[in-house]
Design a protein around this ligand. Structure first.
Ligand SMILES: Cc1cc2nc3c(=O)[nH]c(=O)nc-3n(C[C@H](O)[C@H](O)[C@H](O)COP(=O)(O)OP(=O)(O)OC[C@H]3O[C@@H](n4cnc5c(N)ncnc54)[C@H](O)[C@@H]3O)c2cc1C
Length: 408
């Protein structure tokens, strides 16, 4: 039996496991440092208080039970890979492999040239940080509500800054503005004024995206009362203020940092070519250069389209690279040669608060408003539904005791 080890249970890692689990000649081990699959694409709704925790997290043990007896889950952190010995060194144990897939994703890049970014902001790549942010934010809203009932005077404005106007920053800004405007109308119009600032150093929001999406997104953000600052270079972030390079100071009550990502810590330890974002530069078959049996997928990998343009890290690209690698592993087991990987993006959707979204499908078809929202919802619901079916199957298996020792 071939030992396949997949490091990281995000969009890419999970997809690989799902696709390989049907092949009983593979003994598959999935490793993640967390016991849950964090659905980052839904984080905007959780931060804004519209979704709850079950909308963004899925229990990995339950899920793996639902996949079959040839799949095992280990909750541990991979700290090194010994390519020659074909061993993955985890914090608690060592694991040998025939084929390994690195799917560890990315982490927030608190650029060292922005003084105070790490200390004073919240990233969204880590579920614990997102959870803590939401709690702190709700406490603050409650305190404001209390104040508004005790006094006729304005209890203080609430200013939320979002540093980084890529897909995640835009979605979070729009959802928070939409949700808080509603809250503001119902609870505390007298008590505060809401202000949102979306800041990016690039020339536009959503850098690199289709001009139609950029223009329509700007219009929607303006409607939601969000102030957009582009070509705005942040020099310093303090507890309650941002200082820009030109000396302007912007005060805030809460800040979310979505200004950049880089490859997860494990990537840093690998002796393989990497780009400036600490992403692995793989060969054309998504293997580490010079390696026959270590693949890499998703956000931790530099993936380019047919025109050699770097693709932004998305769940869609992570899943496509996973599907390719799962096929390649099957081909290797059949002693067939590998085709090169060709990345293509089917479409992009941007959630813009409430039941409003924008999208482009196959680079041509433009959708907006409620219809785009429904399409985006359909994609996320079907993803989630697929996982839930497996979790339920796993739950049933565990409770009839058919196999109870899958998780080491
Ligand atoms: C707010 C927000 C909104 C987004 N919206 C969209 C969207 O609308 N559409 C879209 O396509 N994409 C979207 N994205 C991007 C998308 O979430 C990522 O591209 C996607 O998660 C990448 O998948 P991945 O499998 O490469 O990595 P991840 O999903 O990040 O998974 C990596 C996994 O590896 C684990 N791990 C890391 N290091 C180790 C280690 N050393 N040992 C063991 N385990 C480890 C982590 O715990 C994690 O579970 C959004 C992202 C954010 C933050």
């Amino acid at each position: 039996m071939k030992e396949i080890v997949i490091i990281g249970a995000g969009y890419g890692g999970l997809r690989t496991v799902e696709l390989l689990s049907g092949n009983k000649s593979f003994d598959i081990t999935l490793i993640d440092k967390n016991p849950y699959h964090y659905m980052q694409t839904e984080a905007y709704g959780y931060i804004a208080g519209r979704f709850d925790m079950s909308d963004i997290a899925i229990d990995l043990q339950g899920l793996i039970h639902g996949l079959g007896p040839n799949v095992t889950f280990i909750r541990d952190e991979a700290v090194q890979i010994d390519e020659t010995a074909k061993v993955i060194i985890l914090k608690e144990q060592r694991l040998s492999f025939d084929i390994a897939v690195i799917a560890v994703g990315a982490k927030t890049n608190f650029f060292s040239f922005i003084e105070g970014a790490r200390e004073h902001t919240n990233g969204v790549k880590n579920m614990q940080r997102v959870f803590e942010f939401r709690q702190a934010f709700e406490h603050r809203l409650y305190a404001k509500l209390q104040n508004s009932q005790n006094s006729l005077n304005r209890a203080g404005d609430l200013h939320i800054a979002i540093a980084g106007a890529g897909l995640s920053g835009v979605e979070i800004a729009a959802e928070m503005a939409f949700t808080l405007q509603r809250y503001h109308k119902i609870h505390s119009e007298k008590s505060q004024r809401l202000e949102f600032s979306l800041i990016d150093a690039a020339d536009t929001i959503l850098p690199g995206m289709d001009p139609y999406i950029i223009k329509k997104t700007e219009e929607r953000l303006h409607e939601l009362g969000i102030k957009i600052y582009t070509k705005a270079f942040i020099e310093k972030i303090q507890e309650r203020s941002i200082t820009f390079k030109d000396g302007t100071i912007l005060p805030f009550d809460f800040i979310i940092y979505t200004a950049g990502v880089k490859g997860a810590d494990l990537i840093h330890t690998l002796d393989t070519p990497k780009n400036r974002q600490d992403q692995i530069i793989p060969d054309e078959t998504l293997r580490l250069q010079g390696s026959k049996d270590i693949f890499c997928i998703g956000d931790c990998t530099e993936i380019k389209d047919a025109k050699k343009v770097l693709l932004p890290p998305t769940a869609q690209v992570a899943e496509k690279s996973a599907a390719y690698v799962a096929r390649s592993i099957t081909r290797l087991s059949e002693e067939k040669s590998l085709e090169p990987f060709h990345a293509n993006v089917d479409g992009v959707f941007v959630a813009l608060g409430g039941k409003y979204a924008l999208g482009i499908l196959f680079k041509k078809i433009r959708v907006k408003g409620y219809f785009a929202y429904l399409l985006k919802k359909l994609i996320s619901r079907s993803y989630r539904f697929g996982l839930e079916i497996k979790v339920n199957a796993g739950y049933k298996k565990r409770h009839v005791g058919s196999h109870d020792t899958l998780c080491r």
